[in-house]
Write a protein that binds this ligand. Structure first.
Ligand SMILES: *[C@@H]1O[C@H](CO)[C@@H](O)[C@H](O)[C@H]1NC(C)=O
Ligand SMILES: *[C@@H]1O[C@H](CO)[C@@H](O)[C@H](O)[C@H]1NC(C)=O
Ligand SMILES: *[C@@H]1O[C@H](CO)[C@@H](O)[C@H](O)[C@H]1NC(C)=O
Length: 268
C-alpha cells in the first residue's frame, strides 16, 4: 500500500517540527484569582516565531469548548455573544494575546483555552484558569395560618455556609448544588410552626465563606402585633386631638367671657 499524499504532508510537517522545534505556549496567567466585580486578564504568548493566522479564546467546559473571542489580521477581532459587553482583547498582537473581563462574575470561574493557529504547525494551545471569589445571598419568608417559612439562599465561591440565629428548637433543612465550575448554591429552609414565638425577636440568616460574611435580618411583621401597635398609635393620636380641642374650647370660653365683660363695662 502506497502512502497517500496526505501522509507525506504530515510526515513533512512532523520533520519540519523536529528540525525547527515546535512552538510552545506560555500562559503567563496560569491561575488568576480575583474578587467578584474586579477585572481579570488572561494572557498567552507563543514562544517560538511562527506565522500565526488566528487566535481563538475558548471556555473549557466539561462537554464542549465554546468560543469566546477570535482575532485574525484578515478578519479582525470578534467577541462572541454572551461575552460582548463584558470583555475585550487587551492585546491584539497575534503571538501574545490577552483578554480582560471588565467585571468578573462567579460564572466566569473556570478554565480557558488560548488557541494559536500557526502555519505550518496547525493549532497550538495553552490553558489558563480563573477563580472568582464572591458571595451573594437573599432571604425571604411568608406566614400562613401561624406557620412561618423562612428561606435563605446563598451563592458563592468558595463554598458558603448558612446559619440562623434562631433560639428555637427548629432545625433548618438544607439543599446544596455544586455547579461544574465549583460555585456552590445553598438553600436553607426554616419552618416554624409557632410564628407567635418569634414576634418578639427578629430572625437573622447568617451567610459566610472564607472571604466574606453577611447578615440578613428578617423583620417579621406579626399581624396581631402590628394591629395592636396601630391601635395604640391611633388611640394616642385621638387622645391628643381631644385634649387639643378641649384646651381650645376652654381658651375660647375664657376669651369670650373676658371680651363680653369688657364690652359691658364702660371703657372711660
Ligand atoms: C511575535 O510577533 C512579532 C511580530 O508580530 C515578532 O516581532 C516577535 O518576534 C514575535 N515574538 C515571538 C516570541 O515569536
Ligand atoms: C476592544 O478592543 C479593541 C482593540 O483594542 C478596540 O478597537 C475596541 O474599540 C474595543 N471595544 C470595546 C467595546 O471597548
Ligand atoms: C410561601 O412559601 C412556600 C414555600 O416556599 C411557597 O410554596 C408558597 O407559595 C409561599 N406563599 C406565598 C403566599 O408566597
Amino acid at each position: 500500500m502506497l502512502p497517500s499524499k496526505m501522509t507525506f504532508q504530515a510526515l513533512f510537517l512532523s520533520l519540519l517540527c523536529v528540525v525547527l522545534g515546535e512552538p510552545n505556549v506560555i500562559t503567563h496567567t496560569e491561575h488568576v484569582k480575583v474578587n467578584e466585580g474586579n477585572a481579570a486578564t488572561l494572557r498567552c504568548t507563543l514562544t517560538e516565531p511562527g506565522d500565526v493566522l488566528q487566535v481563538t479564546w475558548q471556555k473549557d467546559s466539561e462537554k464542549k469548548h465554546t468560543n469566546i473571542a477570535t482575532y485574525s489580521t484578515m478578519l479582525g477581532f470578534k467577541i462572541h455573544d454572551p461575552y460582548q459587553d463584558r470583555m475585550n482583547f487587551t492585546s491584539l498582537v497575534l503571538n501574545d494575546t490577552s483578554i480582560t473581563f471588565w467585571s468578573a462574575s462567579l460564572d466566569d470561574t473556570g478554565c480557558y483555552i488560548c488557541l494559536f493557529n500557526v502555519f505550518p504547525y496547525g493549532s497550538i494551545s495553552g490553558r489558563t484558569c480563573l477563580s472568582v471569589f464572591g458571595l451573594s445571598a437573599s432571604v425571604h419568608y411568608n406566614i400562613s395560618k401561624g406557620h412561618l417559612i423562612a428561606i435563605c439562599n446563598a451563592v458563592g465561591f468558595p463554598e458558603p455556609t448558612i446559619s440562623w440565629n434562631n433560639l428555637f428548637n427548629y432545625i433548618p433543612t438544607q439543599e446544596k448544588v455544586r455547579h461544574t465550575n465549583g460555585v456552590m448554591s445553598i438553600t436553607s429552609k426554616l419552618e416554624i410552626s409557632d410564628s407567635q414565638s418569634i414576634s418578639k425577636q427578629d430572625l437573622t440568616c447568617r451567610v459566610s465563606n472564607k472571604n466574606e460574611e453577611m447578615e440578613l435580618p428578617i423583620k417579621i411583621k406579626n399581624e396581631q402585633g402590628f394591629s395592636f401597635l396601630g391601635l395604640v398609635i391611633a388611640l394616642g393620636i385621638l387622645l391628643v386631638i381631644v385634649v387639643l380641642i378641649l384646651i381650645t374650647l376652654s381658651w375660647r370660653k375664657r376669651i369670650c367671657k373676658r371680651t363680653h365683660g369688657g364690652e359691658s363695662r364702660p371703657m372711660f
